[in-house]
Design a protein around this ligand. Structure first.
Ligand code: GTP
Ligand code: MG
Length: 421
């Protein structure tokens, strides 16, 4: 199951604006008519219930939206670049790698149709028409298109189940899922029969909840043992856990404690998730004969256990009714909690201006200036003039002077290097 992977997305570059003048017979001074470049396309990620896994992203890792076309004369603006929409299953959490390391969540696509723009296309440059003014009627400047953003994006599929069944291998999780829902998981008398989480819908007095079997929980699962910790992530999304225990085990209470220790090692928040303990396989004579003993052991440990036989169905509907009650309680508790469903787009935080020296060159780090520089055609005197104004406006001039810049020194910002004057 491919449920966490990284892709790289690149938004389209903006088209360049152009310098052009009207040329018509018998019109001696045609005005500027250079059009703007088109904006680059965005990359959008959208959740849709028609897909169930992230397999396609395993094959193709790089996605690029269309570039904007350059503007042309006669005030013709360049065409916009095409957006691309990547369709993912419902339940995908989209995050991106931050520069300081680690991931930052961009969106939790928990509803069908929910979408997020992960990288935005570069803006098209303005044509010279835009720069005409009363004092400059024949501007020879135009902006270059902005470069589209590029990001490493992490897609992570998390199940959306209301209730998760956890427990050691072979305790009867699949059998319980099959008994309570229409799901048909494979059942066998050896551990790790179930290798991927399986969902089933459970109906209790005309209300429905989704139940999931979470496979692969053994000691050391949080370290990647057994099937690894892949599936432990899914538990985090569920609202309640059924903690299933094999009644035939030497020490059911010990089993419970070990599994709980394991999940809280993976994420301490899991220790607080509501749990219902169910002891399974009570149809077996050796289990039935020690029911009272097991019950006492659990109550000495401070918990109450329900007793079921997933194989014969004994106690299963009572267990599900109890779960339904717990779900309603949890829902009531949650009503006050604001669950952020809105898709948001964090903006990178500006880290301000700084200047350092590399040999004889002064290197300026100023995110906003870098963005402007990337869009400036430095060969045009008009744009150089504009750049100078921006240097002052953004406080870069002051920072450079403070660092001791003198006319004739080399200064670099982004990809642009020039001589200080
Ligand atoms: N007697 C009896 N056997 C059961 C019961 N529930 C499950 N079993 C048996 O226990 C074995 C394991 O059952 P599964 O449902 O596959 O267990 P699981 O927890 O899903 O196992 P994995 O997916 O391998 O981790 C099978 O042989 C089942 O027939 C029960 O209530 N009574
Ligand atoms: Mg199973």
């Amino acid at each position: 199951m491919f449920d966490r992977l990284e892709i790289v997305v690149k938004a389209g570059d903006g088209g360049d604006g152009v310098v052009s003048f009207r040329r018509e017979k018998f019109v001696p001074f045609g005005g500027p008519d250079g059009g703007n470049g088109g904006n680059g396309g965005n990359v959008v990620i959208m959740a849709d219930s028609s897909v169930s896994n992230l397999r396609v992203f395993k094959q193709k890792r790089f996605y690029r939206a269309g570039d904007g076309k350059d503007g042309r004369g006669k005030r013709q603006h360049g065409k916009k670049g095409e957006n691309i929409i990547l369709v993912v299953p419902v339940g995908v959490v989209v995050s991106h790698k931050t520069q300081i390391g680690g991931d930052a969540v961009i969106a939790d696509l928990a509803q069908p149709g929910q979408q997020v723009v992960v990288v935005k296309g570069g803006r098209g440059g303005l044509g010279n028409t835009h720069f005409a003014s009363s004092t400059n009627q024949a501007p020879r400047i135009a902006q270059k298109g902005e470069v589209g953003e590029e990001k490493a994006i992490i897609l992570e599929l998390r199940l959306i189940a209301d209730v998760g069944i956890i427990g050691y291998p072979n305790v009867g999780k699949s059998t319980l899922l099959a008994a309570a829902s229409a799901a048909k998981p494979k059942i066998a008398s050896y551990p790790f029969t179930t290798r991927e989480p399986i969902l089933g819908a459970v109906e209790v007095s005309s209300q429905i909840f989704v139940l999931a079997e979470i496979p692969g929980l053994i000691s050391g699962a949080h370290l990647g043992r057994g099937l690894g910790h892949e599936f432990l992530r899914h538990i985090m999304r569920t609202r309640i856990l059924i903690h299933l225990i094999d009644g035939a085990s030497a020490s059911p209470v010990e089993d419970m404690m070990q599994v709980n220790a394991e999940i809280s090692l993976f994420d301490s928040a899991l220790a607080y998730k509501p749990q219902l303990i169910a002891v399974n396989k009570i149809d077996l004579p050796q289990v039935r004969s020690r029911l009272a003993e097991i019950k006492n052991a659990f109550s000495s440990a401070g918990t109450v256990a329900l007793f079921i036989s997933a194989a014969t169905g004994e106690g299963v509907s009572e267990l599900m009714a109890e779960i339904m009650k717990m779900l309603e309680q949890v829902a009531r508790l949650r009503q006050d909690e604001k669950i952020p469903m809105k898709v948001f787009r964090p903006r990178p935080r500006d880290i301000g201006t700084s200047v350092r020296k590399e040999g004889d060159t002064f290197v300026v780090v100023a995110p906003e200036l870098e963005r402007i520089v990337a869009r400036t055609d430095i060969t045009s005197p008009g744009m150089r003039q504009q750049l100078k104004r921006q240097l002052t406006r953004l406080g870069v001039r002051r920072a450079l002077e403070k660092a001791g810049v003198k006319p004739g020194n080399r200064v670099r910002c982004g990809n642009l290097e020039w001589e200080w004057e």
